[in-house]
Design a protein around this ligand. Structure first.
Ligand code: SF4
Length: 292
């Protein structure tokens, strides 16, 4: 298994940390184009709780993020400008180009990562991404979550898995590195289904994977269902058992960017075990020591 830290060390010669950025964008699942309530697990911040305010310029947000990280990271650290909140390509192509070029020109930024949906990559946006990728390594992070269209419909994803397949192909045709986000523990999905999702992303041509456990966050549609006892979350062992099985489907060239994430503590209702980041890291290091 190639971890992101090993991959980035090999590619850039030192550790890389992410400076999270918000653009002034929303998401087609929120503004009415595809839906209004967002995906059932998504918080009001659109998964960008760790990013700075989009009221600041891109440059100011990067400076702010680097300042916050500087006391915790080695002095030779490189930074990835991470456009994290909502759907970062759901905007005018000119606005996106300006934002990406501003990030690329920051002296400490050595790569850019941009989170989006597969149905928000029209030709003019692809052209911007392709141009930027010529000047700085660019990673596009696609929120697939599951390859099962029925499970996806139940949380309101708003696009078919075939759309993801086409997006991966289009990005790969532009030479852009693709990272796919998968959620384990979605209501209605079996362990086999989770493993199928990973295999699907690999077969589609993803270059990297980010796993996360389903979190129940305050203010989401899943909060209500969870409170009513209608949905459950995975225990730590259960989650990592499924992740471990799915890793058998991942070839060596696919980079594992994350084995689990950590939701914003102020919003997290469940699962409680994800709140103790240090404990989870120790568990991963113990359990996956032969793979890391
Ligand atoms: S998870 Fe992404 S696509 Fe779904 S509502 Fe949140 S920002 Fe939109």
């Amino acid at each position: 298994m190639i971890t992101a830290s090993r991959y980035f060390l090999g590619k850039f010669g030192h550790k890389m940390y992410k400076a999270a950025i918000s653009l002034d964008v929303t998401c087609p699942n929120r503004d009415g184009r595809k839906g209004t309530g967002g995906c059932a697990f998504c918080s009001a911040g659109g998964s960008g709780e760790f990013a700075s305010s989009s009221r600041l310029s891109v440059r100011e947000q990067i400076d702010d993020a680097i300042l916050k990280l500087s006391s915790k990271v080695p002095s030779d650290t490189g930074y990835i400008a991470y456009f994290q909140s909502f759907t970062s390509t759901y905007c005018d192509a000119g606005y996106l180009r300006q934002a990406l070029e501003e990030a690329a020109s920051h002296p400490k930024v050595e790569a850019i990562s941009i989170g989006t949906r597969p149905d928000c990559l029209p030709k003019d946006i692809l052209s911007v991404l392709s141009d930027v990728n010529e000047t700085i390594p660019l990673y596009v992070e696609l929120g697939l979550q599951t390859s099962d269209d029925a499970v996806a419909a139940s949380f309101g994803r708003g696009y078919e898995t075939s759309c993801y397949d086409e997006a991966v192909k289009a990005l790969k045709d532009c030479g852009i590195n693709v990272i796919t986000h998968i959620i384990f523990g979605l209501p209605g999905e079996s362990v086999d289904g989770m493993i199928r999702s990973v295999k699907h992303a690999v077969d589609a041509g993803t270059d990297g994977l980010k796993f996360t456990c389903l979190y129940i966050l305050k203010g989401t549609r899943y909060e209500k269902l969870y409170s009513e006892g209608k949905i459950e979350v995975l225990e730590c062992e259960e989650y990592f058992d499924s992740v471990e099985k799915s890793l058998d489907e991942v070839p060596d060239h696919v980079v594992i960017h994350r084995l689990t994430g950590d939701g914003p503590k102020s919003l997290l209702m469940a699962p409680g075990w994800t709140a103790n980041k240090r404990q989870v890291i120790n568990y991963i290091n113990r359990r996956f020591k032969d793979r890391l």
